[in-house]
Ligand binder design. Structure first.
Ligand code: FCB
Length: 472
C-alpha cells in the first residue's frame, strides 16, 4: 500500500461523479467484538482472557475501565438485534470469545458459552441479518498465554482446534467465517509495545507471534474448508497507505519498511505464499527467524474466499533524524522511523481523516495481488458525542466521515475493485481497549450507567443509505 512518489499531500484521484447505487447484494453491516461489548465476564462458565487480566492490572487501561460489564450484549442481544433490524443492517460482524467457549483454551468446551452464540445467530437469522463472526478478536484465554501465548507455535494448533469446535456448533447456520482480527495488533501491540494485552514488551516475541497468528489463520482455513467447503473463509487485516514525508531517500526507505511490516508482512504470505524478502532481511537484523518452519507458508496461503479490510488512517513517515514519538518496539528493525502528521483534521483518537487512503488501499489490493472479494470489515471514527437535552446525538462529523469513506468505497467499485460489503465500526459505543470507555465509536450512543441505547443521527443517516442502497 505504498505511495512511492514523494508527494505527501497529493492523492490518487477519486472520481467525483454523483454516486450511482451500490451493488444490490452489497453487505451493509456494523461490527463489534466480544470483549468490547459482551460483559458477563464471569458468567456461564467463561474463563479469563488476557484482556481480563490486563484491564484489571492498574495503569493499563484509561480510567481503570474493564470489560466486566461492557455494554452487556450478553444479556441484551435480543434488543440489540432489534435495533440492527430497525436500522436495516443486512449483516452483523461480531466476534466469538475463545475463553467463553473453551475456558482453558484447550480441553473441554463450554456448552453454555456456545449456547449464547447459537441464540445470537438464531436471533440474527430470524431478523434477516447475516451473522458474520470473527473467531479471534484479541481475547486469548489466559491459560494459553500462561503456556507461552502467541510467541509459541502450539498456540496456532490450539486456535485451529477451537475454530473447529465453534464451526461444529454454528457451521450449519453461518456462511462467512473470519479467522483473525488484525493480527498486526495482536502481535505488535500485545507483545511489542505492550499497550494491549498481554502487555509484553519484547520485539522478538512480537515477530514470532505474527508468524504463529498467520499459521493459526492458515490451519483454521484448511480445517473449516474440510468441514464445509461451501462457506466463505477469510481474515480481517488493518491496512494503511504509507507515504513519505519528503522526497529524501531515507523517507522512501521508511515507507518501504513500514509498508512492509504493517501490510506486506501479512498480505504476501496469505495471498502470495511468501514473506517479502526485504522485510525478512530487516527483521533478521534484529530478531531470530528460526521459528519459521518448512511448509508453514503453504499452510498460511490456504486460499481465502474473502479479505476483510479494517481502515482508519494513513501513515506518513520519515527516516531522517528526529524525535521518535511512536513506540519503536512495534517496528522491529526499523526503530528509527518517525511517524509524522499529515496536516489533516483528526478524530478524537488523533487519527487523521483521510478517505482517499481507503480508496488507495482497495485499489492497491486489486492492482497488486490476486485479490479475493473484499469487504471493509471496519471503518469509523470516535468523536466527543453528547447526548442533548432532547435525547438526540447530533454527530454530524461522523456522518461526514462515513459519507466520505463510503464515497471512496464506491469509487473503488467503479474502478473494478471487487468490494462486496461495508461494516461500520461500531454498532455501539463500547470498551475501546486501552482507552476504556472514553472513546465513542458507535452509531448508537450507550449511556453506560443505565445501558440505554440511543441511535445517534449517524445511525439514522446510515439506515437511509441502506434503504436507498446508496449515498444521497
Ligand atoms: C480496531 C479494532 C477494533 C476497534 C477499532 C477502533 O483496530 O479492531 O476493535 O477498537 O480499532
Amino acid at each position: 500500500m505504498t505511495t512511492h512518489e514523494a508527494q505527501p499531500k497529493t492523492r490518487v484521484a477519486v472520481p467525483d461523479r454523483a454516486s450511482p447505487p451500490f451493488p444490490a447484494d452489497f453487505h451493509w453491516g456494523a461490527a463489534t467484538a466480544a470483549y468490547q461489548v459482551e460483559g458477563a465476564a464471569q458468567e456461564d462458565g467463561r474463563g479469563p482472557s488476557i484482556w481480563d487480566t490486563f484491564s484489571h492490572t492498574p495503569g493499563k487501561v484509561l480510567g481503570g475501565d474493564t470489560g466486566d460489564v461492557a455494554v452487556d450484549q450478553y444479556h441484551r442481544y435480543r434488543d440489540d438485534v432489534q435495533l440492527m433490524a430497525a436500522l436495516g443492517l443486512t449483516a452483523y460482524r461480531f466476534s466469538i470469545s475463545w475463553p467463553r467457549v473453551r475456558p482453558a483454551g484447550s480441553g473441554p468446551s463450554n456448552e453454555r458459552g456456545l449456547d449464547f452464540y447459537r441464540r445470537l445467530v438464531d436471533e440474527l437469522l430470524a431478523a434477516g441479518i447475516e451473522p458474520w463472526p470473527t473467531l479471534y478478536h484479541w481475547d486469548l484465554p489466559q491459560a494459553v498465554e500462561d503456556a507461552g501465548g502467541w510467541p509459541e507455535r502450539e498456540t496456532a494448533y490450539r486456535f485451529a482446534e477451537y475454530a473447529q469446535l465453534v464451526h461444529d456448533a454454528l457451521g450449519d447456520r453461518v456462511k462467512s467465517w473470519t479467522t483473525l482480527n488484525e493480527p498486526w495488533c495482536s502481535a505488535f501491540l500485545g507483545y511489542g509495545s505492550g499497550v494491549h494485552a498481554p502487555g509484553r514488551r519484547d520485539p522478538d516475541a512480537a515477530v514470532r507471534s505474527a508468524h504463529h497468528l498467520l499459521l493459526a489463520h492458515g490451519l483454521a482455513v484448511e480445517a473449516l474448508r474440510s468441514r464445509r467447503p461451501d462457506t466463505l473463509r477469510g481474515i480481517s487485516l488493518n491496512l494503511y497507505p504509507v507515504s513519505p514525508e519528503t522526497d529524501a531517500e531515507e523517507d522512501r526507505d521508511a515507507v518501504r519498511r513500514i509498508d512492509g511490516l504493517q501490510n506486506r508482512l501479512f498480505l504476501d504470505p496469505i495471498l502470495l505464499g511468501r514473506y517479502p524478502d526485504d522485510v525478512l532481511a530487516d527483521l533478521a537484523q534484529r530478531v531470530d527467524l528460526g521459528h519459521i518452519k518448512d511448509g508453514d507458508l503453504a499452510t498460511i496461503a490456504a486460499p481465502v474466499d474473502m479479505l476483510g479490510i479494517n481502515y482508519y488512517r494513513r501513515y506518513a513517515v520519515s527516516g531522517l533524524p528526529g524525535p521518535v514519538t511512536h513506540s519503536p518496539e512495534c517496528w522491529p528493525g526499523s526503530e528509527h522511523v518517525r511517524f509524522v502528521p499529515h496536516g489533516l483534521p483528526s478524530t478524537v483518537m488523533d487519527w487523521e481523516i483521510d478517505e482517499f487512503g481507503l480508496f488507495e488501499v482497495l485499489y492497491g489490493l486489486h492492482r497488486d495481488y490476486p485479490c479475493p472479494p473484499l469487504y471493509v470489515t471496519e471503518n469509523g471514527a470516535a468523536f466527543d458525542d453528547e447526548l442533548t437535552a432532547d435525547g438526540t446525538v447530533r454527530d454530524t462529523q461522523r456522518i461526514a466521515y462515513l459519507d466520505a469513506h463510503l464515497r471512496a468505497s464506491h469509487a473503488a467499485i467503479r474502478t473494478g475493485v471487487p468490494l462486496r460489503g461495508y461494516f461500520a465500526w461500531s454498532l455501539l459505543d463500547n470498551f475501546e481497549w486501552a482507552m476504556g470507555y472514553a472513546k465513542r465509536f458507535g452509531l448508537v450512543y450507550v449511556d453506560f450507567p443505565t445501558q440505554r441505547r440511543i441511535p445517534k443521527d449517524s445511525a439514522w443517516w446510515y439506515a437511509g443509505v441502506i434503504r436507498r442502497g446508496g449515498l444521497p
